[in-house]
Design a protein around this ligand. Structure first.
Ligand code: MLT
Length: 263
């Protein structure tokens, strides 16, 4: 079932009586990036996803966002869908939202899957790059930004040999407006650092990362895992930053094995 809750587009599907798993997409994509996972989970789990404010079918509004608003939207949607407790799975920006949501609302989550993400806030260097990206997207629109960004999120091999996947990733990005993209860039640049909170996250956690992820490399995931009391980590071969799309079979195998404890 697709529904809009206070401007946010949600899909609430899968096995209704199963434990809820909420999937949060990365920047600047939308919830359809979880299609290979939603299909695999749908027989056992209530499979829920949504478009982060400013992305996909969710409203862009005034384009002024904070990562705190993204967390508020998540909790608001859970309340409306009557999801008391869920396993949260976020990729990259989705991981930033998931980490902050668990820090702010520990009682609402019983498991955490962190994919190609990190707990650290932006460095000064990254903040400056975000400012340049905001300027570029506002001046030149989304297509040039998307053409550059796609090169940083897929492996060299995928870029050379899988034109269909490259095309579909580009399409995900081109569906977003300059206003939504700039708003998300500024929200990420201003987000808090959740590193200190990791030690207090006592829920079971799975960390997945593409072996060739250049934006959030495996070493960053490993540091995060070491700080979390109950985290395990798996490196996804033949994948970069979009590990769920580049190698869905290994990604899903690890995800389903982790989720078994909740079913
Ligand atoms: C993402 O995939 O969500 C982005 O790479 C996150 C970021 O730009 O920090």
């Amino acid at each position: 079932m697709d529904t809009k809750i206070n401007g946010i587009a949600w899909t609430d599907g899968g096995f209704r009586e199963g434990p809820a798993v909420i999937l949060i997409h990365g920047f600047p994509f939308n919830r359809s990036m979880w299609e290979p996972q939603a299909e695999a989970l749908s027989y056992i789990y209530r499979t829920v996803s949504y478009d982060v404010r400013g992305h996909g079918q969710s409203d862009a509004g005034d384009g002024q966002y904070s990562l705190e608003f993204f967390v508020d939207d998540l909790i608001d949607g859970m309340d409306h869908l009557k999801i008391e407790n869920a396993v949260l799975c976020g990729l990259s920006m989705g991981g930033y939202i998931a980490l902050r949501a668990v820090e702010r609302h520990p009682d609402r989550f019983k498991g955490l899957v962190l994919c190609d993400t990190k707990s650290e806030a932006d460095s000064d260097e990254v903040k400056i790059k975000r400012a340049a990206a905001v300027r570029a997207v506002k001046k030149d629109g989304v297509p040039p930004f998307a053409s550059g960004f796609v090169k940083s999120v897929l492996t060299e091999k995928t870029l050379e040999t899988r034109p269909d996947l490259v095309e579909s990733v580009l399409k995900l990005m081109l569906g977003n407006s300059p206003l939504g993209i700039s708003g998300a860039l500024l929200a990420m640049a201003a987000r808090t650092d959740t590193t200190a909170a990791l030690a207090k996250m006592t829920l079971p956690a799975l960390i997945l990362v593409g072996q060739e992820d250049r934006l959030t490399p495996p070493s960053v995931s490993e540091a995060m895992m070491k700080r979390m009391p109950h985290a395990v980590m798996h490196v996804i071969p033949e994948a970069a930053h979009l590990s769920n799309l580049e190698n869905p079979s290994v990604f899903n195998e690890q995800l389903l094995a982790f989720l078994k404890q909740f079913s």
